[in-house]
Write a protein that binds this ligand. Structure first.
Ligand SMILES: CCCCCCCCCC/C=C\CCCCCCCC(=O)SCCNC(=O)CCNC(=O)[C@H](O)C(C)(C)COP(=O)(O)OP(=O)(O)OC[C@H]1O[C@@H](n2cnc3c(N)ncnc32)[C@H](O)[C@@H]1OP(=O)(O)O
Ligand SMILES: Cc1cc2nc3c(=O)[nH]c(=O)nc-3n(C[C@H](O)[C@H](O)[C@H](O)COP(=O)(O)OP(=O)(O)OC[C@H]3O[C@@H](n4cnc5c(N)ncnc54)[C@H](O)[C@@H]3O)c2cc1C
Length: 664
């Protein structure tokens, strides 16, 4: 019957043990935040103008065109509705463009943040009103054909001409072409261009410049600028990632973003308090993508796979007793529940990262830059750690849907390919782990000197106990301590290896490369510890805020499952030096099995609590009503191949061939 929920899924919802609304509030942060999210989500979802046709059956060019149309409609609506708060805007947008890029993604997420973070107050008053009202539309053009990671190796030059008080922007080589910037290929008319600043023959390193790249009249490239799209990619079809070449393009001196460093009219260079303040936009995006890319994408895939697993029946457990829901197989639970727990863990650590980002950023605005290294180390580690685990988890969710997981009807491929570049953009993950490790090694040396370390690295000040106190009745406190101990030892081990190589006469830069394996392991362990600790802190906060015991109960199980799964996956680390005994490892294993069993009745409730609307999931398998089989054929019939019974290529190729063959 249309409109009713699949009885297998309904049965799951009828037995949920916790108060779902309170859990949703915990996920959003507060009840007020839940209310706000629902308000702006519903504004988008209930608007008939955004009756979204799925991109599934469109060509790349059609996808791009559809995104442009939808983007412009959305902007008009935003103006009409008067939405101005960045969070409200983000919620509204992400329900119109679920797991998709808008044509102005880079404008909103990097161009405007760079103006806010890198432009002087005078420059902000000139450019921001234009950018906020879309009189100008920009992107962030840093990466080049030859260099993405090594920003100091960028080749684009900005040479100051004192006579005219202009910068000359130039691409001196083929490898200096800007390559990859989002929305550059077709959509934007301005760019923040990162280029080597050269004044009076001296190179001061990469700095940001604002450059008009297309005419505001007819959208043609500006003189001296060559532009285009970089072609099809693994995903991101609707995003016109582009290339750009400059041939001695002149821009006024005032177009260098001068909040942190300046070039005076006579060519005097005033340097920033810390040259890395120029990299601030990247730190911002790394901090926000923990939630918006890693956590939410994994949570969506877990929602699809868990709902589908409660609808899908296959094989037998007890011979002759009928086919169970695949969710009842313990092996299926062992694949999916850790992904669910990871999604929760990442959502909670993202809330903490966001708070730290905004607090350190307001200090920076007041000229206090002491906490910049920690912010960089932490955001680098968490960006890499969460995106790494999220994409692995999404693939596990896809496989858990069997064959149908491979079809776009599952919705998972779209979510996956949208999140996947998160491991590469905004700092390739290995490179980000190594940046975090660089900070951690410094912290070890500071701790050795007796300095008190800040926030997330304070754990390096106190040597952990040599043995874990985990018992049969595993608790969060002991689990956090185990992760702290692992991080402590791996960071010290990497630092020790580094010192040893240097003491043995190796140059420090070679020693760094030689010890990279240990350094990456150390940064991963640090990220893992921060996530487990954030889960424990969240449980404490919720308990103090009198959140219902049923919610604390189920979240505690999830938190333990997350931590236990991580230990089982990395047991070598935890068992080295006998920190964890064989017997304790069996407690971990038993605790893991117990958590799987205990979470089973609440699995659907735990994914429903995320409240992803069907339009966002765009999944036949993960539909809220569970009516999977009733909708798959209808979905497949939308494919162009099903528009005719006999395809034209039959008449062109197969029929003549068969006719010919039958004559032989
Ligand atoms: C509530 C508000 C809601 C708002 C909603 C917004 C919604 C946003 C959603 C976002 C989701 C998706 C958006 C997707 C769009 C993004 C598309 C992708 C865009 C891009 O990819 S842009 C290009 C990004 N490129 C990179 O990230 C390059 C990576 N490379 C680097 O960062 C650096 O080059 C490096 C690897 C760090 C090395 O730099 P360098 O060689 O210059 O430095 P050294 O290694 O020598 O280190 C020197 C020193 O500096 C420290 N340091 C390095 N970086 C930083 C930093 N960023 N901050 C502070 N300090 C830094 C380093 O640690 C060294 O310190 P030391 O000398 O050891 O003390
Ligand atoms: C979808 C997408 C969107 C993007 N959008 C933008 C954008 O809007 N604007 C923009 O400017 N850029 C953008 N980029 C570019 C992106 O930021 C870079 O691709 C990214 O920073 C990685 O740099 P790279 O491509 O040079 O990788 P490389 O550095 O060439 O990486 C290749 C390999 O070398 C390794 N490696 C490199 N350096 C080191 C090192 N020091 N130590 C150890 N290993 C190392 C890496 O780990 C990796 O395995 C985008 C990229 C993608 C995929």
């Amino acid at each position: 019957m249309a409109g009713t929920v699949n009885p297998d899924l309904q049965a799951e919802r009828d037995r949920i043990s916790f108060e779902q609304e309170a859990l949703t509030n915990a996920i959003d942060g507060t009840p007020e935040k839940t209310e706000k999210r629902r308000k702006y989500a519903n504004l988008a979802l209930n608007d008939p103008d955004f009756d979204m046709t799925s991109y599934n059956f469109l060509s790349r060019s059609e996808k791009y065109g559809a995104a442009v149309e939808k983007t412009v409609k959305m902007i008009k609506k935003i103006g009409k509705l008067g939405i101005t708060d960045p969070t409200d805007l983000y919620i509204y947008r992400s329900h119109i463009f679920p797991n998709e890029s808008t044509s102005f993604t880079l404008h909103a997420d990097m161009f405007i943040p760079t103006l806010m973070g890198q432009a002087s107050p005078k420059q902000q008053s000139k450019w921001l009103p234009k950018a906020l009202t879309l009189q100008i539309i920009g992107t962030y053009a840093q990466t080049e054909l030859g260099h993405g990671t090594f920003i100091r190796g960028l080749e684009t030059t900005a040479t100051y001409d004192e006579k005219t008080e202009e910068f000359v922007i130039h691409s001196p080589t083929r490898t200096s072409l800007k390559w990859w910037p989002g929305n550059l290929g077709k959509s934007t008319n301005h760019a923040i261009v990162m280029a080597q600043l050269i004044v009076k023959g001296q190179n001061y390193g990469p700095h940001p410049f604002i450059v008009q790249i297309r005419s505001l009249e007819n959208h043609m490239p500006q003189p001296g600028v060559t532009l285009g799209d970089i072609g099809p990619k693994f995903g991101y079809d609707a995003n016109d990632n582009g290339f750009m070449q400059f041939d001695h393009v002149r821009i006024p001196r005032e177009n260098m973003l001068m909040k942190h460093s300046r070039v005076e009219p006579d060519g005097t260079y005033i340097k920033a308090k810390n040259s890395k303040l120029t990299y601030g936009t990247m730190v911002f995006v790394r901090s926000v993508l923990i939630r918006d890319v890693a956590a939410l994408s994994l949570a969506q895939c877990a929602t699809i796979a868990i709902r589908y697993s409660c609808v899908r029946r296959q094989s037998e457990i007890k011979p002759g007793a009928g086919e169970p829901k695949v969710m009842d197989y313990r092996a299926q639970q062992a694949k999916l529940f850790p992904q669910l727990a990871t999604a929760y863990a990442f959502l909670f650590v993202a809330q903490e990262m966001e708070n730290i980002y905004f607090s350190v950023n307001s200090e920076i605005d007041r000229g206090e830059i002491d906490r910049l290294p920690e912010l960089h180390g932490l955001s680098s580690a968490l960006k890499a750690f969460t995106t790494d685990w999220a994409v692995v988890g999404m693939e596990i969710c896809r496989r858990s849907c069997g064959g149908h997981g491979f079809s776009h009807c599952s919705g998972i491929p779209k979510i996956y390919v949208n999140a996947l570049p998160g491991v590469t953009y905004e700092g390739e993950n290995t490179v980000m782990y190594l940046q975090a490790a660089r900070y951690l090694v410094k912290c070890v040396n500071m701790a050795k000197r007796g300095d008190q370390l800040p926030g997330s690295v304070a754990f390096l000040n106190k040597k952990p106990a040599p043995k874990s106190s985990i018992t049969e009745d595993v608790n969060m406190v002991d689990l956090v301590e185990a992760y702290r101990a692992r991080a402590y030892y791996l960071v010290h081990m990497a630092s020790f290896e580094l010192d040893r190589e240097i003491k043995n006469g190796m140059a420090s830069y070679d020693a760094w490369n030689e010890c990279a394996v240990a350094l990456v392991m150390a940064a991963k362990a640090y990220g893992h510890y921060v996530v487990v600790e954030a889960f424990a802190k969240k449980l404490e906060t919720l308990t103090n805020n009198q959140v219902p015991a049923s919610v604390i109960g189920v979240l505690t199980l999830l938190g333990k499952l997350y931590a236990l799964h991580g230990i089982l996956e990395n047991s070598g680390d935890f068992m080295s030096e006998n920190y964890l005994s064989k017997q304790q490892k069996s407690f971990i294993y038993n605790g893991f099995l117990y958590a799987l069993k205990s979470l089973r009745p609440d699995a659907v409730g735990l994914v429903d609590a995320f409240e992803f609307p069907d339009k966002v999931l765009d999944s036949v398998l993960g539909r809220y009503d569970g009516r999977v089989y009733e909708n798959m054929l209808e979905w497949a019939m939308k494919d162009e191949l099903n528009k005719t019974q006999v395809h034209e290529s039959y008449f062109k190729h197969i029929r003549p061939f068969v006719k010919q063959a039958s004559k032989l």
